[in-house]
Design a protein around this ligand. Structure first.
Ligand SMILES: [Cu+2]
Length: 153
């Protein structure tokens, strides 16, 4: 089994080169791992919705700076807070994530907001491409599958 590491390494480099790797490891060595991603099915006739996921990082901290998906025109990073008893969402430029402080995006808190959605069916699995940047400004892309869930679920 000693031959395995030498076989696997070129395959990883090849995937990273074409941007297709699930977890790309740049020279800096930080690896982002994304789990449990979901997109909430919007009410009928609406094309805006929210979504979430859980992100952990091994190595130096990263910042999530954006997301794209084929089923939405664009995706924003939002915070949510209560101002005078009113829920307020605000667009932000990035969410930091480190080994000590994982990032949870969820309904009622920090979340992803999808605009210009195509129709979604409950249970659909949607690819989302997340862009992270490290402290040196190097970008890293992570592809994750998000499940479409009902609004009350
Ligand atoms: Cu929002």
């Amino acid at each position: 089994m000693r031959i395995l590491p030498t076989l696997i390494l070129p395959a990883i480099l090849l995937l990273a080169a074409c941007g297709g790797a699930e977890t790309a490891a740049p020279a800096g060595g930080s690896i982002a791992d994304v789990r449990d991603a979901y997109i909430v099915q919007p009410p009928e006739g609406r094309d805006i919705t929210g979504g979430g996921m859980h992100v952990t990082v091994q190595g130096a901290s990263l910042t999530l700076i954006g997301a794209t998906t084929e089923i939405a025109d664009h995706v924003e990073l939002h915070t949510m807070s209560m101002d005078d008893g009113v829920m307020q969402m605000r667009k932000v430029e990035g969410f930091p994530v480190s080994a000590d402080a994982p990032l949870s995006l969820e309904r009622g808190g920090n979340h992803l907001m999808f605009y210009g959605l195509q129709p979604l069916e409950i249970g659909d699995e949607i690819d989302i491409v997340l862009t992270f940047v490290d402290e040196d400004g190097a970008e890293q892309h992570v592809v994750t599958k998000a499940e479409v869930v009902p609004i009350g679920g």
